[in-house]
Write a protein that binds this ligand. Structure first.
Ligand code: HZT
Ligand code: MN
Ligand code: MN
Length: 368
């Protein structure tokens, strides 16, 4: 009997490819110095067993999300070529994600809007009527969730070799961040390690030699159930944040390098939003805001969404209501984050899990 395989474009739900319901573990990295445990190794193994005893546990959910991410991105990397529009690329990724994760209400689906940030723009940017060009540096950042466990991973695509050193610098810096992360590691220290790797690279553009700068006001972040930003941030430059990474934390380790200022500003029309987990219960005067909030709660809860997703959910003429929800602090806006025009930025991002006995790089693939 021929083995059932994934198609291209990707459309076969993963439950068909993994009938056992058990999804592959990510890359395991031992913690740097094992004696940092606050608990004995027997206790650690016992906790491990509890958390991992049957395939329906949390670990298995995010591993399923990671396998979807790997299979979609493997095909997206081949599909994405100059001449395509950003909308065609976003729809390829989201249609593939929805099919493979077998989208089903709040149990599984797209984790957040696909980010397709071009050139000097680093994050939260998905231009509509823009066509990809040969010289572009494209950051592809998309998410998959299973039962609210969000897999957040991103990579950079280029179509010529001009910025190879920038891409190499950021891939190395993200791998440093992944390698140095661990239970009890201080966030400020981890940022210093990332900065050191990033700054050891430079890019030769014609006769110019440009240093690769970490983008000082972007960061990695902890991730909670249905909450893309869990409250802890991993900056990309050394700082005095003594906050420690803790056992059981999920972290998105993402680094950004730039040939520009190394600093982003919010710029352009916002497309990414999310209802705040701690949204205040303010009485809404604007009826349209009340109905839009109901639609956001029904369709997305606290998962990030974008205007395309509101259209897809049947909403229309919602901009005033959306801006009102933002001004009332009920919805958080995530505008495009861009360095100076003419500069180039790159990104790589992995989601890791700090298990009691071992660090798991859940989103690791043979591509990055
Ligand atoms: O910049 S963030 O807002 C942030 C970083 C640190 C603290 S909050 N952000 C979280 C997020 C916001 C909106 C989304 F639609 C998806 C994710 C990081 C990120 N963007 C893409 N991948 N990862
Ligand atoms: Mn991301
Ligand atoms: Mn992230």
């Amino acid at each position: 009997k021929k083995k059932l395989e994934q198609t291209d474009p990707p459309r076969v739900g993963l439950s068909k490819l993994f009938p056992s319901g058990i999804y592959p573990e990510g890359e395991l990295q031992p913690y740097k110095d094992d004696n940092t445990y606050r608990i004995t190794s027997e206790e650690a193994r016992y906790k491990e067993k509890l958390a991992n005893e049957d395939p329906e546990t949390t670990y298995n959910d995010i591993r399923r999300a990671a396998e979807v991410h790997r299979q979609v991105r493997e095909r997206a990397r081949k599909f994405i070529r100059p001449g395509l529009t950003m909308t065609e690329i976003a729809e390829f990724i989201e249609d593939g994600t929805r099919a493979l994760v077998e989208e089903n209400g709040f149990e599984s689906g797209v984790g957040f809007p696909t980010g397709l940030s071009l050139n000097h723009c680093a994050a939260h940017y998905t231009p509509k009527l823009v066509i990809l060009s040969q010289g572009d540096v494209l950051k592809v950042d998309f998410g998959v969730h299973v039962n609210g466990r969000i897999l957040d991973s991103a990579f950079t695509l280029t179509f010529d070799h001009t910025y190879d050193k920038l891409v190499e610098a950021v891939k190395a810096a993200t791998d440093t961040g992944v390698r140095e992360a661990g239970i009890d590691v201080r966030l400020g220290e981890l940022a210093g390690a990332i900065q050191e790797t990033m700054e050891s690279y430079e890019v030769e553009i014609g006769s110019q030699v440009l240093p690769v700068k970490p983008i000082e006001n972007l960061s990695g972040h902890s991730i909670n159930k249905y909450q893309i930003h869990g409250g802890k941030s991993v900056m990309l430059v050394k700082n005095s944040d003594q906050t420690k990474m803790e056992e059981g934390d999920y972290f998105a380790i993402e680094t950004f390098g730039s040939t520009g200022r190394g600093r982003i500003v919010e710029s352009g029309e916002c497309s990414h939003y999310a209802r705040r987990v701690d949204a205040p219960h303010v009485p809404l005067r604007l009826t349209s805001a009340k109905t839009l909030l109901k639609s956001i709660n029904k369709n997305f809860g606290t998962l990030p969404f974008c205007r395309r997703y509101l259209d897809r959910a049947g909403e229309s003429k919602y901009l005033l209501a959306l801006n009102h929800l933002v001004s009332q602090g009920i919805v958080q806006d995530y505008p495009p984050l861009c360095d100076q025009r003419g500069s180039m930025t790159a990104q790589f991002e992995h989601t890791i899990l700090l298990r009691p006995t071992v660090k798991e790089v859940i989103s690791r693939g043979d591509d990055y």
